[in-house]
Unconditional design. Structure first.
Length: 254
């Protein structure tokens, strides 16, 4: 899909000799366009779900909420979270003391949205910092391995009870990993190429295709043209693509 999109973008930009964009520039615009399309999925899902709850959307082939959910679901994945032993980090790395109150887990690098955390088959309950402190302040509400909780602070995840940790250094039968089920970010698209006679020629072997749905090809083209129009300072290109984008959004939400 990425090669056909690039060809269309170049056709639209070059038909009036508006300027040339390099492969590096195209890949940069393609990355931004894909992220915009990807992030729009979540707003579209919320809107379509709301309309469905108001009985303004049909089911079956007309179930727009399910169609958007299917686009999002391909980005669902899971990973064992990395554990940071603060005592070992701040002193001698050999003096490990897992299970400290300041220890934490961290998001995967490609993390976008959390689905849930699981430990030994149990789903952890997420709470805010205030409730977390309240739970820890009472013997009656102390979290346990049967009822574990966590709160997030930036990319750090603090889990209770403290017996939940995973350093990967002890036998698997005595230490279990904390698993995050989440929506990952899409891989950056790359139009791969080889220089032949001084010109870049498409090379599928070094290409990373778009991961968003093929149904969004037109939207990707519009967004890339808009970014390119900004770069080459063509106000009419930006205006035309913005109008097309707004029309496309109206059709989607109608």
């Amino acid at each position: 899909m990425i090669n056909s999109i690039r060809n269309t973008v170049f056709f639209l930009l070059n038909k009036d000799n508006r300027g040339y964009i390099s492969p590096l520039e195209f890949n940069s615009y393609a990355k931004m366009a894909q992220l915009e399309v990807f992030e729009e999925y979540f707003g579209a899902f919320a809107r379509q779900t709301q309309l469905q709850n108001l009985r303004k959307r049909s089911l079956g082939f007309g179930d727009m909420a399910e169609q958007v959910a299917n686009k999002i679901s391909i980005f669902a994945t899971s990973a064992t979270l990395n554990y940071t032993d603060v005592d070992a980090t701040n002193s001698d790395p050999a003096e490990t003391n897992p299970g400290g109150v300041e220890d934490y887990f961290t998001h995967p690098a490609d993390y976008y949205k959390l689905l849930n955390l699981t430990y030994n088959g149990r789903v952890l309950q997420e709470v805010n910092k205030l409730k977390f402190d309240m739970l820890m302040g009472s013997n009656l509400t102390q979290p346990s391995v049967r009822f574990p909780v966590f709160y997030r602070e930036d990319s750090n995840i603090f889990v209770r009870p403290l017996s939940i940790f995973y350093t990967g250094t002890t036998p698997q039968n005595t230490e279990l990993p904390l698993i995050m089920n989440y929506i990952r970010k899409p891989l950056d698209p790359v139009w791969g190429y080889t220089i032949i006679s001084g010109n870049p020629v498409y090379n599928s072997a070094s290409t990373t295709n778009f991961e968003v749905s093929d149904e969004d090809e037109v939207s990707l083209i519009i967004k890339i043209c808009k970014f390119a129009g900004l770069a080459i300072r063509e106000a009419d290109v930006v205006s035309a693509m913005t109008n097309e984008e707004q029309l496309d959004m109206q059709v989607t939400n109608s």
